[in-house]
Structures are given as structure tokens and as C-alpha cells.
Design a protein around this ligand. Structure first.
Ligand code: NOJ
Length: 509
């Protein structure tokens, strides 16, 4: 488990814990469920797992509201289950990183309960409580989930800050106590064998201490942090330098990956300078349409930014916060075809790649009726934004309804009736299945080495080399003659040695 920097080229698999595998029939995924499915993940061929929060939580934001950072929610298991999961994962040569949520706690965390119960309690200083402006909040900051970023504490009349839901009060990172708290939390999980952390809202821990208003109107962009002047402050880099030292002080090459959400890759890359985070997510491809010029421009800008700081660039097409890829690419057969071609693009790019559970099955976004939606984004925007439940539906393992092997009980969100055909079981022995495509690509991926080298190709297509392997993607161009060489893998069967729009191939030149 030691050796070179494994993470520089690793394929990570994101496990959205409550939707992966349920061992006890309560309809929610859990740690023993994950443990039982480790052989599947090893056979898939990923290198590392990222677990979304499994800590005690009242579920205002499905675990991203943490009530205790150093325990396991009983619904998800126990600390002993965590230890057993780490041991089994390591035995299968799978690394495991956990989520740390340092921007905010749950309003049910003991610190916040103390803060509300008694304004003179020292825990109050862990949060951002301020007097209002007239009858209103201290400033005009909006919450990322809709509505103002402030809620009034009725007892004291002061307001507290929450960039997300009111049940997620922001910590005050200008308080050195908070810094100490999180170093202890990191050590707790590193001591238990975690291979590193995914850092939630990594760019926003420090806010403008003067709490100046943001300029209005607030732009509507997928990157909600782009326009906030109050965050992305220099102080945060100091924290990550400390965390880097702390993590590098452990054996076994542990790694930090930051959720740093800006559209400009240079702003993101600043978090991965040599003495800071090992990696930061690159979300640019989440918001690009299936258009060759756009994809190429994004890839070029991303690589240029990471090269400047000497960090690997990361690649993400799906996660638990965005609609599923086949749906984003138009849905139906065409959407799936494009998503399969995108899989070969993703896994040919240099640097760590992140897969989201069910991506390897080609799952589409699920339409859910309003009464079943649970995401605070849906409820806090009065339904104007649909929220993220549609990509969080429990994944299908077997052909049989009900629940397709996810649980023996009632899944927390219902699965579409046809998902039995998309289950891991149904796809396991089908040569044409998306699962097979991912397995083959992950097996062949180590053959793609070295920097990305673009080759001339007709409009609407992308062709580049990694060493002696070419990746050719016909995004939306005329049929493209296959480059000469041995065909290693194609995203669809190729009738006439040509790639039609929405297909891709890996070829050894
Ligand atoms: C990013 C997480 O991915 C998302 O699910 C969560 O709602 C926010 N951070 C707030 O913690």
C-alpha cells in the first residue's frame, strides 16, 4: 500500500453512502453494505473509494450536516464497521478516503446547541453570530440553497451565518479553536486508516471578516461561488499548508482532494500548489455541453492551469450534486451513447478521474414527484430548482424488483421499474453493457501514459495521443475514419471502421 504517488493517476469511485447498498433492511445504504460489495469495486478496477459523510446527522442535507465528526451514524453502522471496511478495502488494494465537512456543522452539533442555549458559552465563538442591520440580517448574502444566508436566533436577537441550509451553521475559521478542532478530526480518521479526505466547500472556510455586502444582482451561474467576493480568502491557504504537513506526516501516501468550485481553473489550481492540497476537483466538464470545441477548450484550459502549479489535473463527469450524464447529454439512446463515448474520453485524460456510483451502469436521472423530493435545494427554492434527488436514487444490483438488491426493505427513494435491466447483475455478462465498457477501459487505462498530445482532426471530433495510444472521439462531426492501428476499445460496435457522432475509440498506433 506504499510506494509512489498513487493518487496522481488514480480512478476514484464516489460512494453516496445512503444509496449504495443496504445491509439491514432500513432502506438506507450503510457501511456493512459497502463492505459486502467491495469485490464488485475491485472487479470494476477502480483504485480508491470516496465515501460521502456517514457521521451522525439529522439529515437536513443528507449527511453534509454533521452532528459529530468522530462517530458513525447508527443508521450507517458503527466505528467497528468502519474499521472492518478499511481493513477489507486495503486487503483488496482499494484505498479509501472520507469526507470532511469543515465549513459548517449541523445545528444539532453539541457546539451549536451550546451556542444557542447560552450566548456567553465559549462554543458561540465557533460560529458567526452578528447583530442585524435594522430589522434585517447583517448583510445581503444569499444562501447557496435559496433564501438569505442568515437566520435569527430568537433568544439573543442576533443572526447566525449559513452559506447552505439554516440547519448548517457556518464555523468561524478566524477562531483558532476551530482550526485545532479539525486537526484533531483529521487525525482521528487517519489513525483509523483513512487514506485521505475529500474536503467539502474547500474554498469558503474563511469569509470577509467585515461582512461587506455582495454586489447585486447576484448572477445565476452553475458556479455559485464565482461572484462571491466574501470567500476564497488568502487565510484558507495557510490551513491547507498545515493540513498537507499533517497528512504527509503519516505513512502510506495519504491524500487531500478539495472541493473548490470556481469556473476559472487557475483559481482552483491555486489550492493545489506544491505545499497545499494534493488535488482539487475540476468541475468544468460537469457544465459543458457535448460539443467538441467546448470540451477541447475546457480540457486545454484545465491542463494549462494545473501544469502551472505542478499538480495533476482531475476530471469529473458525475457526482451526487448534478444530473446524471446520459440525461445531461440529451437522454434516451443518444444520451447514453454520448455518455459511453465520454467514458472513454474521461478515462483517457491524464490525471485522477472520479466516477460516481451508477455512472458505470449508465443510469439516467430519475424524475421524482415533488412529494418524494427531499433535497433542501428543492424545498428552499419553492420547487424552482428541482434539487439533486434524481441522481441519488439507490443503485440496482440485481434484476428483481422490489429494490433490485439494494435493500430488503423500502428504498429511501423509489427506483424506476426498468432498472432491473440496468443492474450490475444484468450487465455483468453482457458484452455490450456499459458496465463492461467501464471495466475494459479501467483495465486498459494503465497503457495510456504520458502527457496529452492533440492531433489534428476534423470539426466536431477530438483526437489526442497518450504515449502510443490514441483516443478518438467523434462528438458531433461527420463519420470519422478510425485512425490506423490496433483497436483496443470502442464505445460501441463499429460497423465500418468509422466513428459516427457520439462514439469513441482507443487505438494503439
Ligand atoms: C457540497 C456537497 O457535495 C453537497 O452535497 C452539499 O450540499 C454542500 N457541499 C454543502 O455541504
Amino acid at each position: 500500500m506504499t510506494g509512489g504517488a498513487w493518487w496522481r493517476n488514480a480512478v476514484f469511485y464516489e460512494i453516496y453512502v445512503r444509496s449504495f447498498a443496504d445491509s439491514d433492511g432500513d432502506g438506507l445504504g450503510d457501511l456493512p453494505g459497502i463492505r459486502s460489495r467491495l469485490p464488485y469495486l475491485r472487479d470494476l478496477g477502480v483504485d480508491a473509494l470516496w465515501l460521502t459523510p456517514f457521521y451522525p446527522t439529522p439529515d437536513a442535507d443528507h449527511g453534509y450536516d454533521v452532528a459529530d465528526y468522530v462517530d458513525v451514524d447508527p443508521r450507517f453502522g458503527t466505528l467497528a464497521d468502519f474499521d472492518a471496511l478499511v481493513a477489507d478495502a486495503h486487503a483488496l488494494r482499494l484505498r479509501l478516503i472520507v469526507d470532511v465537512v469543515p465549513n459548517h456543522t449541523s445545528s444539532e452539533h453539541a457546539w451549536f446547541r451550546n451556542a444557542l442555549a447560552d450566548p456567553s458559552h465559549p462554543d458561540r465563538a465557533r460560529y458567526v453570530f452578528r447583530p442585524g442591520r435594522g430589522d434585517g440580517p447583517p448583510n445581503n448574502w444569499p444562501s447557496n440553497f435559496g433564501g438569505p444566508a442568515w437566520t435569527r436566533d430568537p433568544r439573543s436577537g442576533e443572526w447566525y451565518l449559513h452559506l447552505f441550509a439554516p440547519e448548517q451553521p457556518d464555523l468561524d475559521w478566524h477562531n483558532p479553536q476551530v482550526r485545532d478542532d479539525f486537526e484533531a478530526i483529521l487525525r482521528f480518521w487517519l489513525d483509523r486508516g483513512a487514506d485521505g479526505f475529500r474536503i467539502d466547500v474547500g474554498h469558503a472556510l474563511y469569509k470577509d471578516p467585515e461582512l461587506r455586502d455582495e454586489e447585486e444582482p447576484f448572477p445565476q451561474t452553475p458556479f455559485a461561488s464565482d461572484w462571491r467576493a466574501a470567500i476564497d480568502r488568502p487565510e484558507v491557504h495557510d490551513v491547507y499548508q498545515d493540513w498537507r504537513r499533517l497528512v504527509d506526516g503519516y505513512d502510506g501516501d495519504r491524500a487531500l482532494v478539495g472541493e473548490v468550485v470556481f469556473s476559472d481553473p487557475r483559481r482552483v489550481a491555486a489550492y493545489t500548489r506544491r505545499d497545499e492540497l494534493h488535488m482539487a476537483f475540476n468541475f468544468a466538464l460537469l457544465f459543458e455541453p457535448w460539443e467538441a470545441e467546448r470540451l477541447r477548450g475546457t480540457i486545454e484550459r484545465s491542463l494549462a492551469a494545473s501544469e502551472e502549479v505542478g499538480a495533476p489535473q482531475t476530471w469529473v463527469f458525475e457526482n451526487h450534486d448534478v444530473p446524471r450524464l446520459p440525461t445531461r447529454y440529451g437522454g434516451g439512446e443518444e444520451g447514453l451513447r454520448r455518455a459511453r463515448a465520454a467514458a472513454l474520453l474521461l478515462l483517457a485524460l491524464p490525471g485522477p478521474a472520479f466516477l460516481y456510483q451508477g455512472q458505470e451502469l449508465g443510469l439516467e436521472e430519475v424524475e421524482l414527484p415533488p412529494e418524494l423530493r427531499q433535497d433542501p435545494v428543492f424545498h428552499r427554492t419553492g420547487g424552482a430548482r428541482p434539487g439533486r434527488d434524481g441522481c441519488r436514487v439507490p443503485i440496482p444490483w440485481t434484476r428483481e424488483a422490489p429494490a433490485f438488491g439494494f435493500t430488503t426493505g423500502e428504498p429511501w427513494l423509489p427506483q424506476p421499474a426498468h432498472w432491473g435491466n440496468l443492474s450490475a447483475e444484468a450487465q455483468a455478462d453482457d458484452d455490450a453493457a456499459t458496465l463492461r465498457l467501464y471495466r475494459d477501459a479501467l483495465r486498459l487505462r494503465p497503457q495510456l501514459a504520458g502527457p496529452l498530445d492533440w492531433r489534428d482532426s476534423p470539426q466536431g471530433t477530438l483526437v489526442f495521443a497518450r504515449g502510443d495510444v490514441l483516443c478518438a472521439v467523434n462528438v458531433g462531426g461527420d463519420p470519422l475514419a478510425l485512425p490506423r492501428g490496433d483497436v483496443l476499445l470502442t464505445s460501441e460496435p463499429l460497423p465500418q471502421e468509422t466513428l459516427v457522432a457520439g462514439t469513441a475509440a482507443w487505438i494503439r498506433a
